[in-house]
Design a protein around this ligand. Sequence first.
Ligand code: SF4
Length: 74
Amino acid sequence: MRLVVDLNRCQGYAQCAFLAPEVFAMHGEEALLYHPEADAAQREKLAQAAAACPVQAILVDAVDAPPEAVSDER
Ligand code: SF4
């Protein structure tokens, strides 16, 4: 599953790093590091992290998009 963090929005609140430390990590005070290709096993944590982000900077395709929109378009 793919995930994108809008780093222009991200304010470094670190809610995501707290909720899904396998995927997000803070680098210093404000810089956020994350794995853009997260393991599907992290889906639940990612959904929580995305929901907890105060500025909705986290976009997770499998969470945000309705199932039919996730079809493989190649
Ligand atoms: S919770 Fe949102 S604002 Fe906070 S570090 Fe994560 S992406 Fe950035």
